[in-house]
Design a protein around this ligand. Structure first.
Ligand SMILES: [Zn+2]
Length: 60
């Protein structure tokens, strides 16, 4: 089995992991109820996507 000859420095490890953070999802405004929603997804508040109702909204 191939094994690393030398251990990587702490800097090399942390430099690689600098891109590992989570990012905030893109938010867009619903044209129907003006709530902040995920872009390219049906609105969870009013159930509409591109002007027509695509999902049933169940009141809790
Ligand atoms: Zn909506």
């Amino acid at each position: 089995m191939p094994n690393p000859k030398r251990r990587h420095s702490k800097r090399r490890t942390s430099t690689r992991r600098a891109h590992d953070g989570l990012n905030i999802p893109q938010m867009a405004e619903c044209p129907n109820c003006h709530q902040k929603i995920r872009a390219h997804r049906a609105c969870p508040n009013c159930g509409k996507y591109k002007g027509r109702e695509v999902i049933e909204v169940v009141e809790a």
